[in-house]
Structures are given as structure tokens and as C-alpha cells.
Design a protein around this ligand. Structure first.
Ligand code: FPP
Length: 226
């Protein structure tokens, strides 16, 4: 039996280095990175075993970046969601955000809501964007929500109330670093981790396919003995 990559999560790292290597602004790398988001999402939507693709688009720590880069990323996200609404609908792709969205501008929240509502009944791939997302923040918000409802904290009750209650099967990080950077800390408990030196703007469906091929051959024991 081979593993099924039902839930793939990706830390999309390397946009800035990719742009700087060509003497361009970091924002150019984010722009190209958005094209990779579209290409990888389209590939996953056409792969019958992939149900969910979660992408780390903006972390709770990314606010520390220069204002000009943060503002660019906010505008890029808004533009991407507006422009890609038809791609989601034509591809039967459901869009879901995770993270604390309360901090975003009214106009960005409106577009997020609009695409989420419009794609609610799509039942192909779910593309989930992690926006102002941090694994620790997600767990703390979930624990507080249980506390407010006077519910007992158990593994099941806490998992059910997370922004993303779905375990990750395959977690990929591009850009050469080998760390989680506060991404899906709970959900990655038994994920298979793959790291590639490829910078996100240069990542493509062929490389994803070869990672999935390797993932399928790994023996997953989930703490037991096979
Ligand atoms: C990390 O690369 C990337 C980010 C913090 C932002 C990710 C954004 C995109 C992929 C594009 C926009 C996304 C969507 C969904 C439209 P980095 O800037 O840290 O690169 P570096 O490590 O080379 O500096």
C-alpha cells in the first residue's frame, strides 16, 4: 500500500532571494511567487488523491518586514484573490483562509469573504491560504475558545476547534531552510517533511510530482510498529 497525499502543506520560501539574484526588488519575487501558487494549485486540483493544499502565505511574524513589503503583499493577496475567483470556480476549487483575519483591512477581508462564499459548494480541491497565521497563535486561540465554552481540553476537542482541524500528510518547504517556522505545528505531528533548495518562484509541478513519488514509498508508522 502506498501513502496518499490527501493533505499537502507548503512553506513557500525563497521569493526574495530569487528576485535579488536577478538584481530585482524582493516584491518582484512575490509577484512571481503568486504565479507559482496558481500553477501548483492547478496541478493539485487535477490530482485525484490530493484533497487539501495549505499554503503559508503570510505569518504572524511577517509583520516585522519593511512596511513597503508588507503593503505590497497585502495588495498582491487582494489582487490575486480577485483575479483568480474564476480559476477557483472553473477548477471546482474551494478556497478557505486560516489565521487571525481580524487585523486585515476591510477591503482585503471583503475579498477573502467573497471568494470563500463563492466557492463554498466547490467539492474538488480545497486550497487553504494561511494568512496572519501562526501555529502557536492558532493553538492559543483554540484553547481560549474551549475555555470560554467551559469545555474540557482533550486532543480531540482542541483539534476540532483549530482553524485547520486536518492532519497534514506531506509538508514541503522550498528555499533550502529546514524548519517549520510556526506553520501547522499541531497538524504536522506525523507529517512527512520534505525540504528542497528550489526557491519558490522556480518550484513547479514536476518537482512536486517527484516529491509525491518519494512520499508514497515512505513507511509511515504513526508511532506504532509496522
Ligand atoms: C517567503 O519568501 C514568502 C513569503 C513570506 C510570502 C509568500 C507569498 C507568496 C508566495 C506570494 C503571494 C501569495 C499568494 C497566495 C498570492 P521570502 O520573501 O522570505 O524569501 P527569502 O527567504 O528569499 O527572503
Amino acid at each position: 500500500m502506498s501513502n496518499k497525499p490527501h493533505h499537502i502543506a507548503i512553506v513557500m520560501d525563497g521569493n526574495g532571494r530569487w528576485a535579488e539574484a536577478q538584481g530585482k526588488n524582493r516584491t518582484f519575487g512575490h509577484e512571481k511567487g503568486a504565479e507559482t501558487v496558481r500553477a501548483i494549485t492547478t496541478y493539485c486540483a487535477g490530482h485525484k488523491e490530493i484533497e487539501r493544499l495549505t499554503l503559508y502565505a503570510f505569518s504572524t511574524e511577517n509583520w516585522k518586514r519593511p512596511k513597503i513589503e508588507v503593503e505590497f503583499l497585502m495588495k498582491l493577496l487582494e489582487r490575486y484573490l480577485k483575479n483568480e475567483k474564476t480559476t477557483y470556480l472553473n477548477g471546482n476549487i474551494r478556497f478557505e483562509p486560516i489565521g487571525d483575519l481580524s487585523i486585515f483591512s476591510k477591503s482585503l477581508r471583503k475579498v477573502i469573504d467573497d471568494v470563500q462564499n463563492a466557492t463554498q459548494s466547490c467539492n474538488g480541491l480545497t486550497q487553504c491560504l494561511a494568512l496572519n497565521y501562526g501555529g502557536r497563535d492558532e493553538i492559543v486561540r483554540a484553547a481560549n475558545a474551549l475555555h470560554e465554552r467551559a469545555q474540557t481540553i482533550t486532543v480531540d476537542s482542541l483539534q476540532a476547534i483549530l482553524d485547520c482541524p486536518h492532519d497534514v500528510d506531506l509538508l514541503i518547504r522550498t528555499g533550502g531552510d529546514q524548519r517549520l517556522s510556526n506553520f501547522l505545528l499541531w497538524q504536522a505531528a506525523y507529517a512527512e517533511l520534505f525540504f528542497t533548495k528550489t526557491l519558490w518562484p522556480e518550484f513547479n509541478a514536476d518537482e512536486l510530482e517527484s516529491i509525491i513519488k518519494k512520499f508514497k514509498t515512505v513507511e509511515r508508522r504513526f508511532g506504532g510498529l509496522n
